[in-house]
Design a protein around this ligand. Structure first.
Ligand code: GAR
Length: 196
């Protein structure tokens, strides 16, 4: 049975596009939903144009009430019968209450070589630390932020004169290869960590 994949985004969704494009070719998964917490996400417009079901759940009316936001997320997801969720630049922290039912079926991409640099500003932190290499990680989501078993990683060199922006752009190119490769392996039941 083809696995129904939901992809959560907050912005442009370039990783979502890479996942969707990969799922057009001989794949055990299909893009069943693109969901954003931001109605202005250009990724949402793109997904609609591809004929993919979309949902927007704006977090702002819920203020600090994460549980109420997540109840709204659950309600938006319910009709789509998802098997797998891929967080792809979804910039909201999800609580244990939301994550628990999806544990083992929810993936995330993070722009660092985890366990280094959980959280935000990963590229600036790698530069400030004087790292000579940096990269990105796809991992299974657990209730702890940017934690959980690593499925795959891709490395890039840090180059003399790099800024957070130039480094982010180099990492993003690798993200677009890493996430589709990790999802393919995951859908095929292969959770052995790999490096691109
Ligand atoms: C990506 O670099 C992704 O790794 C990062 O946000 C960007 C989204 O870009 N995610 C996080 O920082 C999550 N903590 P995209 O919308 O073009 O895919």
């Amino acid at each position: 049975m083809t696995k129904r994949v939901g992809i959560f985004i907050s912005g442009g969704g370039s990783n979502m596009r890479a996942l969707v494009q990969d799922m057009t070719r001989d794949h055990g998964g299909c893009p069943a939903l693109v969901l954003s917490n931001n109605a202005g996400s250009s990724g949402i417009a793109w997904a609609r144009g591809q004929g993919i079901a979309t949902e927007v759940v704006d977090h702002r009316p819920f203020g600090p009430d994460r549980t109420a936001f997540e109840r709204a997320l659950d309600a938006a997801l319910a009709p789509h019968g998802l098997d797998i969720i891929c967080l792809a630049g979804f910039m909201r922290v999800l609580t244990a209450g939301f994550v628990a039912p999806w544990q083992g079926r929810m993936l995330n991409i993070h722009p660092s070589l985890l366990p280094k640099y959980k959280g935000l500003h990963t590229h600036a932190r790698a530069l400030a630390a004087g790292d000579t290499e940096h990269g990105c990680t796809v991992h299974l989501v657990t209730p702890a932020l940017d934690d959980g078993p690593v499925l795959g990683q891709a490395k890039v060199p840090v180059i003399e004169g790099d800024t957070p922006e130039t480094l982010a752009a180099r990492v993003l190119v690798q993200e677009h290869a890493l996430y589709p490769a990790a999802l393919r392996r995951f859908v095929d039941g292969n959770m052995t960590p790999f490096t691109l």
